[in-house]
Design a protein around this ligand. Structure first.
Ligand SMILES: *Cc1c(COP(=O)(O)O)cnc(C)c1O
Length: 379
């Protein structure tokens, strides 16, 4: 039944018995920079590639500061600390996200508070958030509280799902109205723009991931971007064990973290960043082909919205119902074409089942229908 789709995917990734969802491509200066890095002996968290990577990330995103971090999950954790999230606070985020978003909130001993997404962006919905906050939130002395739990709502973490930009300017406006700082989880949206502005630059802080399955990878890696000078300084300080600069003394002025990205990973990241434009060109071309094919088969393909440019990290289809979705998953996976359903909603997981939440009708609808299809850069 989905034979045309299986055959099309095989034609795009020829000579492969198994087609993964997303595999890395190392076709640039990766080995050269890694060798440089090893020869320099600076393989750890200080080195020229770390500085270069941060500079290149600023150029790409337009952010004033970038701090290279060991991975995307820790970049989120540190950003939430920087945004002022404390023990027993609540942090708004979407129920439809990858586990790392909710886990990072928990690392702060705060409680995730789940809100619904828009069906067309798969990202946190500004209109639904506004309606929900009008019911449950109250602002006192410029601090937002959940009237039902009495807890402070200390931050909001929207996520640009699969690289599709959400309505981030409207979302930030709603959060500003309620004095809620925004930390953008842009882990999946490197090279994605909304209204010509790079994702991750709309909130107070934005975070990225360079894990092996992401658009570009450095094995493991992450980054924080911000335009705030003080937050940037603090990010660097806290990610380097909060060590006070001194020629020889070991003075640490607060609890810090070992969250800096090693130079070895940064070398790989620099080489990958050089290829980002080419990768995204290739991925957008594939997305367009998918769109044409799927629409001809009456299957919904999720497209970037007006004013948005998506990196199409993972291409996404919406099947008619759960039964159709399961058939699609069965037929593709049993034919060497890897496809995956979207994540189980965060509020359905044991650890988060008692967390506060709003109406999640869209997320629940999507959970039963959304499937990702192979999206690697084609060689
Ligand atoms: C990949 C990802 C992360 C975490 O990144 P790691 O580098 O794997 O720690 C966080 N949030 C989202 C939405 C992701 O997709």
């Amino acid at each position: 039944m989905f034979k045309d789709i299986v055959n099309f995917i095989k034609s795009q990734f020829p000579n492969q018995d198994f087609i993964p969802l997303h595999e890395p491509r190392f076709i640039g200066n990766e080995k050269k920079y890694l060798n440089d890095c090893i020869d320099s002996t600076f393989v750890s968290s200080v080195g020229a590639y770390v500085d270069l990577f941060e500079q290149k990330m600023c150029e790409l995103t337009g952010a004033k500061h970038c701090i290279a971090i060991v991975n995307g999950t820790n970049a989120l954790h540190l950003s939430l600390i920087l945004a002022g999230v404390k023990k027993d606070d609540e942090v708004l985020t979407q129920a439809l996200t990858f586990i790392a978003t909710a886990n990072a909130i928990n690392y702060c001993n705060a409680t995730p508070h789940f809100v619904d997404v828009d069906k067309e962006t798969l990202g946190l919905s500004p209109t639904l958030l506004k309606k929900y906050l009008s019911e449950i939130a109250e602002v006192k002395n410029n601090i937002c509280y959940n009237k039902k739990t009495g807890k402070k709502i200390a931050a909001c973490v929207p996520m640009h799902t699969f690289g599709l930009p959400l309505y981030i300017d409207d979302l930030v406006a709603v959060c500003n109205e309620y004095h809620i700082p925004v930390v953008e989880d842009a882990a999946e949206s490197l090279g994605s723009y909304y209204k010509k502005q790079h994702t991750g630059t709309f909130g107070q802080l934005g975070t990225f991931s360079f894990n092996g399955n992401k658009t570009i990878t450095c094995g493991g890696g992450g980054a924080i971007i911000t335009n705030d000078d003080d937050l940037a300084k603090k990010a660097k300080h806290l990610s380097t064990q909060a060590k006070v600069a001194h020629q020889w003394e070991y003075i640490h002025d607060e609890i810090g973290y070992n969250y800096r990205m090693p130079n070895l990973n940064a070398a790989l990241a620099c080489a990958q960043l050089e290829q980002l434009e080419q990768f995204i060109f290739n991925k957008r071309e594939l997305a367009l082909k998918y769109q044409v094919l799927l629409e001809s088969q009456n299957i919904e393909f999720i497209k970037e919205q007006k004013n948005a440019i998506a990196n199409y990290w993972l291409n996404t289809v919406v099947l008619k119902n759960k039964l159709e979705r399961d058939k699609f998953l069965e037929q593709t996976n049993s034919n060497g074409v890897m496809t995956r359903p979207i994540w189980a909603l965060m509020n359905s997981l044991e650890m988060f089942k008692d967390c506060p939440k709003g109406d999640l009708a869209n997320a629940e609808w999507l959970e039963e229908r959304v499937v990702n299809i192979p999206s690697s850069v084609r060689l």
